[in-house]
Ligand binder design. Structure first.
Ligand SMILES: C[S@@+](CC[C@H](N)C(=O)[O-])C[C@H]1O[C@@H](n2cnc3c(N)ncnc32)[C@H](O)[C@@H]1O
Length: 249
C-alpha cells in the first residue's frame, strides 16, 4: 500500500476529493492511504503559530521552519524512505513522467505552503524535490498536492478499474489521445466516424494512431520532438503536415 502523508494548515480541503470515486475506492481497497496532518500540531505555544513576518520587510507572512522540521522528523521516523515533496510555483513542472516515477515510491510527504510560502531554509535542508503544477500562483499548496496525488495514484497497480485505460491516455506514449465517441451514432447532425462502427480492429487501430499524430501535431507539436515514432508514424505525420500546408495555401 502506498502512503501519502500531507502536511497542511487546512486538512479539511482534502476530505471530499479523497473520499469520492476512484481515489475513495482505492483507499477502501487499501491500495493507498492518504494521512492528513495539521502543521499546527507541531507548533509551540498557546497560539500554535506557524508563520511570521519576513526578514527585510515586505507584505505577507512566511511559514516558520521549526514546526515543519519537527513534523518531517516525526513522519520520517515512521517511514525513513519517504520522499519529501514541497509544493511551490518555483518547482520543476509536474508531469506524466514524474507521476509515473513517484508511484514507485513507498511513501511521499507533501508539504503544502500558504501565505508567501516557506522560509528558504526548509527548501535547502528538508526537501527531496520541489514541484509546480503550472505557471500560475494559487493560494496554497493543497490543490497542487491533490492534483499530484490523483495523477500518481493512477499508476498504482489496481487503482484504475480497467488496467488498459492508463496505457492509451494522453502522454502515455508521448502523444495526445485520439478522439473518443459513444452513443448516439448521430448527435446534432454529427455522425461518429464510419471506421469506428466497422468492427474492423486493424482499421480502427490505424485510424486512432493517425488521429493521435494529427491531434498532437495540431495542438502540441512540442511533444513530437521526444515521442517515439515508428517509420509508419513518420509517414503518417508527413502526410498530415503536407495536408495542413496545402490547406493553408
Ligand atoms: C501564494 S503561494 C506563494 C508564492 C510565492 N510567494 C512565490 O512567489 O513563489 C502559497 C503557496 O501555494 C502553493 N502554490 C501556489 N502556486 C503553486 C503552483 N503553481 N504549484 C505548486 N504549488 C503552488 C505553494 O505551496 C506556496 O507556498
Amino acid at each position: 500500500m502506498m502512503i501519502f502523508d500531507v502536511l497542511t494548515l487546512f486538512p479539511g480541503i482534502f476530505v471530499s476529493p479523497l473520499q469520492e470515486s476512484i481515489l475513495g475506492r482505492a483507499a477502501k481497497q487499501q491500495l493507498l492511504q492518504v494521512r492528513l496532518h495539521n502543521l499546527r500540531d507541531w507548533a509551540e505555544g498557546k497560539h500554535q503559530v506557524t508563520d511570521d513576518t519576513p526578514y527585510g520587510g515586505g507584505d505577507g507572512m512566511v511559514m516558520k521552519p521549526e514546526p515543519i522540521a519537527r513534523a518531517i522528523a516525526d513522519l520520517k521516523a515512521k517511514m525513513p524512505h519517504a520522499k519529501v515533496l514541497l509544493m511551490t510555483p518555483q518547482g520543476k513542472p509536474f508531469s506524466h513522467q514524474a507521476a509515473c516515477e513517484l508511484a514507485g515510491e513507498e511513501g511521499l510527504i507533501f508539504l503544502c505552503g500558504r501565505y508567501e510560502g516557506f522560509d528558504e531554509r526548509i527548501r535547502q535542508t528538508l526537501v527531496d524535490a520541489e514541484y509546480s503544477i503550472g505557471d500560475f500562483v494559487l493560494t496554497g499548496g493543497e490543490l497542487p498536492a491533490l492534483v499530484m496525488i490523483d495523477a500518481i495514484a493512477r499508476f498504482i497497480p489496481g487503482v484504475l478499474g480497467c488496467s488498459d485505460s492508463a496505457a492509451t491516455d494522453s502522454f502515455s506514449d508521448g502523444l495526445l489521445e485520439y478522439p473518443q465517441y459513444t452513443r448516439p451514432a448521430v448527435f446534432s447532425g454529427m455522425a461518429v466516424p464510419e471506421v469506428l462502427l466497422s468492427g474492423d480492429h486493424g482499421r480502427i487501430a490505424r485510424w486512432r494512431r493517425e488521429q493521435q499524430l494529427r491531434r498532437t501535431w495540431q495542438r502540441r507539436p512540442d511533444l513530437l520532438q521526444s515521442a517515439k515514432l515508428s517509420k509508419e508514424d513518420q509517414q503518417i505525420l508527413e502526410q498530415v503536415q503536407r495536408e495542413s500546408s496545402e490547406a493553408e495555401k
